[in-house]
Design a binder for this molecule. Structure first.
Ligand code: DX5
Ligand code: ZN
Length: 226
């Protein structure tokens, strides 16, 4: 069974010392999940390509940029240039999502399709061949620290079946409200990568928090949950 990976979202990290916040945790995690918000697609504004470039300089860990913005086609190449290894976007905001997938890949990053809690897997199905990640959102886009939406878990299992039956290479990444209490649910439904934002960065010791999550995942793997 594939080892489930950890991708901390930096949304609730201390931006006054963001490079230390990522460098300290980097040895214990597999990705960093960088939530870019434009204040239009969601009612929050976070950071741009210069922050992604600073993080890219600080760590070797691969970077997954999650675009919660109105114009992913315009900005995806900028984030690829800044060092994003993966770039996910919300297909509902563009006329031609397949063209955006191609554009991300031409810019040198792997593409991902984000599935809003209210959306079905229609776009994930249609874009499956071209994407490296299906980003299953288990919170409403916009903020870290929200409650895990358990009603999305059956859709995660459906996405797992979809990827496996298609023999597709896409990772299933679960994003939002994942912590020590909720982690068994996305793992049991077939997640490959877990975004852990506040579960890592809200406490006093992000490294210890990340280690605890890793230990829990290794225990679940031993118990045969994954
Ligand atoms: C929400 C973001 C998520 C969120 C994860 O719009 O896409 O990545 O920040 O943070 P937690 O793990 O705190 O829910
Ligand atoms: Zn995200």
């Amino acid at each position: 069974m594939k080892r489930v990976q950890i991708a901390p979202s930096i949304l609730t990290a201390d931006f006054g010392r963001i490079t230390e916040e990522v460098s300290s945790v980097a040895p214990v995690v597999d990705w960093f999940h960088l939530d870019v918000m434009d204040g239009h697609y969601v009612d929050n504004l976070t950071f741009g390509a210069s922050t992604v470039a600073a993080i890219d300089r600080a760590v070797d860990t691969p970077l997954h940029v999650h675009l919660m913005i109105e114009n992913p086609a315009k900005f995806a190449p900028v984030f690829a240039e800044a060092g994003a290894d993966r770039i996910s976007f919300h297909p509902e905001v563009v006329d031609d999502p397949a063209a955006v997938v191609d554009l991300i890949r031409e810019a040198g990053a792997e593409a991902g399709v984000a599935v809003h809690p209210d959306s079905d897997l229609g776009w994930a199905k249609r874009l499956l061949d071209g994407v490296a990640v299906v980003l299953m959102m288990t919170v409403r886009p916009g903020f870290g620290g929200q409650k895990f939406l358990a009603e999305v878990v059956p859709k995660i299992a459906e996405a797992r079946k979809l990827v496996d039956q298609a023999g597709a290479r896409a990772d299933i990444e679960v994003d939002g409200g994942v912590n020590l209490e909720t982690i068994a649910q996305p793992v049991g439904a077939g997640a490959d990568v877990l975004v852990t934002g506040s579960a890592v960065y809200d406490g006093r010791d992000p490294v210890a928090a990340a280690i605890r999550i890793r230990e829990r995942l290794d225990m679940l793997a031993k118990e045969g949950d994954r």
